[in-house]
Design a protein around this ligand. Structure first.
Ligand SMILES: O=P(O)(O)O[C@@H]1C[C@H](O)[C@@H](CO)O1
Ligand SMILES: O=c1cc[nH]c(=O)[nH]1
Length: 354
């Protein structure tokens, strides 16, 4: 009990306003020693400035927070079909400055081709090869300093990819990396085709946190994204002036159907009225879109010192319906919007445009 109290006191120094309770929950913070204490209840919004101070990474390298890694003779990144002994990761990835991730392998290949052209790289980019061709779990393409990777659907899939990606960037000694998820989502109360830049990812209870079960404990992780990066991206979109873009909260769910309040799944255990009440409540809490990866993405990037953003286009307004009824051509054009925005941002960062 004595040890627990002193850990709690030290946590309170990091997070003023931390509330003690009887829940079996742990809270982790970027930049702190690996703090994990039982019997805590945490307030949802530790002050922003404090959290950024905690995650500041002075040398620009990507943090891995796992002391066991140093003991491995070789690190096999199994789902990428890459490894520290079989591949020269620093020469393959040491120059990476931007990592863009999204659910679909085809979308991420198209993005890599698009970036190849946007960066004025040699050739037409059409013969760009999948670095992870030895596995069909994920696809990975590299266009100059831009890495483009697919992550599949949902939290478990993107989480596995991120563990291996963060280790890859660490082994490669990549520095000052910005990572952006470019995806699709369902909007709430906004015009389909609107691009939402996430300020904070929230769970299905609208709490800005991600809960990860580790051994027999629930560990609560912060899901705030990089606010300055979000505002910078919004400015880029205003300059393009081609499609509506807003900053808002993104709700991350474990399911596309019942988990997102849809009435059209194989199962549905609630009424139409309950669905609307829930979505209106989400809107009232600041949620403007729903997808399935942002919370773990924000949490892992924050802990590892990666500057991260989530930029998702909305395919429909969930207050108007559940089914995605737009034509393939319209959906394809919508999916291109986050890509155009990120291309503009990267070009600006590399001083390739004003
Ligand atoms: O990046 P994508 O477009 O795959 O993200 C959303 C969330 C789920 O993965 C999927 C559901 O259709 O789309
Ligand atoms: O409604 C939607 C559309 C895309 N992706 C989601 O997760 N939900």
């Amino acid at each position: 009990m004595v040890a627990q109290e002193s850990a709690l006191q030290s946590l309170q120094r990091w997070v003023p306003g931390l509330n003690l309770g009887q829940d079996t929950i742990c809270m982790e913070f970027a930049g702190s020693p690996s703090v994990c204490v039982g019997f805590l209840r945490v307030l949802p919004f530790p002050p922003t400035s404090q959290k950024h101070a905690l995650s500041t990474n002075s040398n620009g390298f990507v943090h891995v927070k796992n002391p066991h890694l140093d003991l491995l003779p070789e690190d096999i990144l199994y789902h990428f079909d890459l490894g520290t002994k079989t591949h020269d990761l620093p020469s393959m990835f040491g120059d990476v400055k931007f990592v863009c991730v999204g659910g679909s392998p085809n979308r991420m290949r198209e993005f890599a081709r698009f970036m190849h052209k946007e960066l004025g790289l040699e050739g037409d980019g059409n013969n760009i090869t999948d670095i992870c061709a030895g596995t069909d779990r994920y696809s990975m393409y590299k266009s100059g300093p831009v890495l483009s990777i697919s992550h599949g659907m949902g939290i478990p899939s993107i989480s596995i990819m991120l563990h291996e990606l963060i280790k890859l960037l660490h082994h490669a000694k990549s520095r000052d990396v910005t990572i952006i998820r470019i995806g699709t989502s369902g909007g709430i109360g906004i015009r389909p085709g609107t691009v939402v830049i996430t300020d904070i990812a929230v769970d299905a209870f609208f709490r800005p946190q991600f809960e990860q079960v580790i051994l027999d404990k629930v560990v609560v992780r912060n899901t705030e994204l990089h606010q300055e990066l979000a505002e910078n991206l919004l400015r880029c979109s205003n300059e393009i002036n081609d499609f509506p873009t807003i900053i808002g909260h993104t709700m991350c769910t474990y399911d596309f159907y019942e988990g997102q309040g849809r009435l059209d799944g194989a199962l549905c255990s609630f009424s139409k009225e309950e669905k609307f009440e829930y979505l209106q409540k989400a809107y009232g809490a600041g949620v403007r879109n729903i997808e399935m990866e942002s919370s773990v993405f924000a949490a892992m990037c924050h802990l590892c010192g990666l500057k991260a953003a989530v930029v998702c286009v909305t395919l429909l307004d969930r207050l108007q319906g559940d089914q995605i009824t737009e034509s393939h051509a319209v959906l394809a054009e919508y999916q291109k919007r986050p890509q155009k925005l990120i291309a503009k941002f990267i070009r600006k960062q590399l001083s390739l445009c004003t």
